[in-house]
Ligand binder design. Structure first.
Ligand SMILES: C[S@@+](CC[C@H](N)C(=O)[O-])C[C@H]1O[C@@H](n2cnc3c(N)ncnc32)[C@H](O)[C@@H]1O
Length: 205
């Protein structure tokens, strides 16, 4: 599906992701101020009562604590991390690099999140096409990025680009996946903390 060259999605560490993520990491991957900025983005973009899928999830989802959602499903690589996440109403372990297709019915969710992890996807266009399938029309996919990463697991394209071009790369993923409105590129980087760049788009129709 992707017309992007495959070599852009090679990684220094091509060993199975299940090995890399076998041990739980109960840590945060961005500064507290950056988490607060991301929580504010979610507050603005995701309505109360929404059915939410948190992709590439761990033990925190960064959703606003005062907002009640219909349900929050977590999908990630480590069962212990997901079991510790207080926002999740259910979770599953699923390797998106082995199987980019999401195991959910069409039009299941109002919002799909991906926080500081899209750089690890080796078939991002296929994953975004599946996100479009499981979103309801008008539902939103919110992709948040920063500058920290597990370098050996990030794809070559990510390493070769500066921040602005990384956002445009994600916008290109949306465009190639098809079925989304034009993405918004949002810079919410707090002063003196890890940056926060968000690319968000609604499912068309
Ligand atoms: C940097 S952590 C971010 C976790 C969480 N989203 C957050 O904001 O703290 C990267 C996450 O990506 C997930 N991940 C990495 N490779 C994955 C894959 N192939 N399929 C599904 N999830 C993956 C891991 O389980 C891990 O939780």
């Amino acid at each position: 599906m992707s017309s992007l060259p495959r070599h852009l999605f090679r990684r220094l560490d091509e060993s199975p992701d299940e090995d890399f993520y076998r041990e739980p990491r109960l840590v945060t991957h961005i500064d507290d101020a950056t988490i607060a900025a991301l929580t504010q983005v979610y507050r603005e973009l995701i309505p109360a009562g929404a059915s939410v899928l948190d992709l590439m999830s761990s033990w925190v989802s960064h959703l606003p604590p005062e907002v009640d959602y219909g349900r929050v499903v977590g999908l990630g690589m480590n069962r212990v991390e997901l079991a510790e996440n207080p926002r999740l109403t259910s979770f599953l372990v699923h390797d998106l690099n082995r199987c980019p297709e999401l195991p959910f019915a069409d039009t299941t969710f109002d919002a799909v999140l991906n926080a500081v992890s899209i750089q690890y996807l080796t078939s991002p266009v296929e994953v975004l096409a599946s996100v479009g399938r499981v979103l309801r029309p008008g539902g939103m996919h919110v992709v948040a990025t920063s500058h920290r990463m597990f370098a050996t697991k990030a794809v070559a394209a990510w390493h070769s680009l500066e921040a602005g071009d990384r956002m445009r790369l994600i916008a290109a993923y949306f465009s190639l996946a098809g079925g989304f409105e034009t993405p918004q590129l949002i810079d919410r980087s707090p002063r003196g903390a890890d940056p926060l760049w968000v690319v968000a788009a609604r499912r068309a129709g």
